[in-house]
Design a protein around this ligand. Structure first.
Ligand code: HEC
Length: 155
């Protein structure tokens, strides 16, 4: 009897593995190149600066890394994130690691890709809480960003 149980469990696992392998594939080594926006070292460096930039939040205390901590697997370990004015958002912060490969962004898939997703958190009142115009004014006032944007987007 114990033998039968073991046999059926083994078959079940093989089926499951076959099904999983038909649904999933290893993620690619590199993200697909963006049309009209090739990746350059300068853009990657600018992206890193922006990711850790708290001056893009209203009280200058929150960056992307507050909720998507690179040292904590791209998330914050909280049931729901703490944003501007210590407000709790309504949802759990998913990891940003490998999010470039997601079929859609956010839990409900409301953004098609990272480009569409990226403007959201800065303007969200319970996340970083400033307007896109305020973000532009802020960045134009910081010489290292003017320089980094010039290098990343010379045209
Ligand atoms: C206050 C916390 C907070 C901050 C700050 C924040 N996020 Fe998020 N982020 C979230 C939450 C919560 C979600 C899920 C929201 C949803 O699904 O509606 C999310 C979703 C995402 C996703 C989608 C991931 C997926 O698997 O769908 C990406 C990518 C992302 N954020 C990147 C960023 C970037 C880049 C910044 C900085 C510009 C940022 N976030 C700032 C809390 C935050």
């Amino acid at each position: 009897m114990g033998g039968c149980l073991l046999l059926s469990t083994t078959i079940g696992r093989a089926d499951l593995l076959n099904e999983a392998q038909s649904l999933f594939a290893p993620i690619p080594r590199y993200p697909q190149a963006l049309e009209h926006n090739p990746t350059t070292t300068e853009k990657v460096e600018l992206g890193k600066m922006l990711y850790f930039e708290t001056r893009l939040s209203r009280a200058h205390n929150i960056s992307c890394n507050t909720c998507h901590q690179i040292g904590r697997a791209g998330a914050d370990g909280r049931s729901t994130s703490l944003g501007q004015d210590w407000q709790h958002g309504g949802r759990n912060a998913p990891t940003v690691l490998n999010s470039v490969f997601n079929a859609a962004q956010f839990w409900a898939g409301r953004a098609a890709d990272l480009k569409e997703q990226a403007g959201g958190p800065i303007a969200n009142p319970v996340e970083m809480g400033i307007t896109p115009d305020e973000a532009v004014v802020q960045l134009k006032g910081i010489p290292s960003y003017v320089d980094a944007f010039d290098k990343a987007f010379p045209a």
